[in-house]
Design a protein around this ligand. Structure first.
Ligand code: G6P
Length: 372
């Protein structure tokens, strides 16, 4: 009913707007004022977590993209090798697992059968399984050794939005928690991340407050046949998620590439007027990647692409090459996906609405896929 949608025409619109609150709820009670983390529901002993020599993340769809981003954070903070794989591929290749492998199953619904079967396979090999999930008491957390709930509230729209942002936050918390229990000395960087995490609800609010130009841009692309997405480092999974959203909602051909691969093939696709969305890395720390992306934007623009650039506020270096510039708050690199994904959600949603599609119930899709 209209009341359930808070006056919005679609649940998806409501769920996009709810993201600052959802992110705040994921953080609630878990970030101590003194910079400590508590994840009491972890149920895995510190001894178990100290022994881990490998992490394997399994998930499907949008949750898989959260896993890809988690890998960057976990390997960087914890120095534990971390693999990420789509759940449907995982057990069929006879993966190497043991009692010192931590498997993280990410599933907003807790009911995706591929993810469940991968979890069971991991447990048969004596690996410990941690679930990151939004639905209390759903199947995957029930069979896992431990669970971190995202507390995003019910998500009705089939295409994941607030559950994705909150999965990212849960993954950051897990990564920092692992670093903490493993006795890694928290450097200034990790301390800064803890402080910045608390600011993420406000950062997402800022993105939403300035989103109107993204809506207009999306409507202007209603008749486009294809949109490409480029990103690098954590911006690459963000690009993948932007392309997935466009397929799911607007039924449009959309593909994402790691920007460094551009010259190995994708650049041949660039032609006059082709919209290309580029997620520009933050200038913090890995400024070198930022500059490489700016060169990529110049390269594709010289070949006729219509460049849609997502970059930090105040990043003047991209402005001359951006046909459309979407500004997001400057946050630490590893956290950038939390803010960079939001314009891509709105872009896909608005383009789909312009086409007259039902964004809550896209054709052929289900909220959770309970068949293999
Ligand atoms: C379906 C949904 C996607 C979701 C995926 C994984 O394909 O349409 O939005 O990302 O399942 O779902 P899960 O509940 O396991 O996160």
């Amino acid at each position: 009913s209209a009341a359930e949608k808070d006056g919005y025409d679609y649940f998806m619109l409501k769920e996009i707007v709810e993201q600052p609150r959802a992110v705040a709820d994921t953080l609630l009670g878990r970030l101590g004022v003194d910079g400590t983390l508590s994840l009491d529901e972890m149920r895995l002993s510190a001894a178990d977590l100290r022994d881990i020599h490998k992490i394997v993340i399994i998930a499907a769809g949008t949750s898989y993209h959260a896993g890809l981003i988690a890998k960057y954070a976990i390997e960087h903070w914890c120095r534990i090798p971390c693999e990420v794989e789509v759940a449907s591929e995982f057990r069929y290749r006879d993966p190497i697992l043991d009692a010192q492998t931590l498997v993280i199953a990410i599933s907003q619904s807790g009911e995706s059968l591929d993810t469940m079967m991968a979890l069971r396979h991991a447990r048969e090999q004596r690996s410990k399984v941690l679930a990151i999930c939004n639905v209390n008491g759903s199947s995957i957390p029930r069979e896992a050794d431990a669970v971190v709930y995202t507390h995003a509230g019910p998500e009705v729209g089939v295409a994941a939005t607030k559950t994705f942002l909150t999965q990212l936050v849960a993954c950051y918390l897990v990564g920092m928690y692992l670093a903490q229990v493993r006795g890694l000395k928290f450097g200034d960087e990790v301390q800064a991340i803890i402080d910045q995490l608390a600011n993420m609800p406000d950062a997402v609010t800022r993105v939403l407050d300035t989103i109107e130009p993204v809506r207009q841009l999306a409507r202007s692309l209603e008749t486009a046949h294809c949109v490409l997405f480029l990103g690098r480092h954590v911006g690459y999974p963000v690009a993948l998620e932007g392309a997935l959203k466009l397929k799911e909602l607007a039924y449009m051909h959309a593909e994402a590439f790691a920007a460094g691969e551009l010259k190995h093939g994708p650049i041949a696709l660039i032609e006059e007027g082709l919209p290309v969305v580029v997620v520009v890395p933050s200038r913090e720390g890995r400024g070198v990647l930022h500059d490489k992306l700016v060169s990529n934007i110049q390269e594709i623009r010289a070949r006729g692409a219509r460049t849609i650039v997502i970059a930090e506020e105040g990043d003047e270096t991209v402005r001359p090459y951006a046909d459309e510039l979407i500004e997001i708050p400057a946050v630490p690199t590893l956290l950038q996906p939390v803010v960079a994904t939001v314009p891509l959600q709105v872009f896909a949603c608005e383009l789909a609405l312009a086409k007259g599609n039902d964004v809550d119930q896209p054709r052929n899709l289900a909220k959770s896929v309970t068949v293999e």
